[in-house]
Design a protein around this ligand. Structure first.
Ligand code: URA
Length: 211
């Protein structure tokens, strides 16, 4: 498993505005998309490509095309949905699947409540979108699920991570072909498993509170 924290002044700036508790939902949504596009630029550095023959108006040339099947992007519902547009803006031909996961607020265990993915992911490159890597439980279950379906490589794009969650993933997935791309690794989790300093509940800030 590899961890990549994207060190860029625009990433730091956009993240700072996201963290601000006074940033309203419409701005939060817009900035999340912009931030994900910047993270996705780094996260797709090893996207699979092949040479393609083209004709420019001047001559024949060899260029670069995405290998088929194109990458599969999997936002984890609900909050990962807020990252989808930012990702598909960069890779418009990507396929999109969905994984609905939530954490039980008492046990903090991840449960899968919805799934819409190809049955067979053999050999596929998969990009998982989940804004908050807190305890690591959700991402660990999602990654295991996708490898069981045959995925060859998984790149997770997160806005924030906590050291505790990264350790959980590292313990179980040390040898796996997994890369975690983040805008920041924060200090710690609080007693409710929120990331500190964090940005609060990403789903609520994107879409409002749903009970
Ligand atoms: N999920 C969130 O939305 N925020 C956190 O800080 C932790 C988990």
């Amino acid at each position: 498993m590899r961890v990549l924290v994207v060190d860029h002044p625009l990433v730091a700036h956009k993240l700072t505005v996201l963290r601000d508790k006074d940033t309203p939902s419409p701005v939060f949504r817009q900035l999340t998309e912009e931030l994900v596009t910047l993270l996705a630029y780094e996260a797709t550095r090893n996207v699979r490509v092949e040479p393609v023959n083209i004709e420019t108006p001047v001559t024949a040339a060899v260029g670069t095309g995405l290998v088929k099947p194109t990458p599969l992007v999997v936002p984890i519902l609900r909050a990962g949905l807020g990252m989808l547009e930012g990702m598909t803006r960069l890779v418009p031909t990507a396929e999109v699947g969905f994984l609905g996961m939530a954490r039980n607020e008492e046990t903090l265990e991840a449960i899968t409540y919805a799934e819409r993915l190809p049955d067979d992911l053999t050999g596929r490159q998969v990009f998982v979108l989940d804004p908050m890597l807190a305890t690591g439980g959700t991402l660990r279950e999602a990654i295991k699920f996708l490898f069981k379906r045959g995925a060859a490589e998984i790149v997770c794009i997160c806005l924030l991570g906590a050291p505790e969650g990264l350790s959980v993933l590292q313990e179980e997935l040390a040898e796996a072909n997994v890369t975690i791309v983040l805008a920041s690794i924060d200090e710690r989790l609080d007693e409710n498993a929120y990331i500190v300093p964090g940005l609060g509940d990403a789903g609520d800030r994107l879409y409002g509170v749903v009970n």
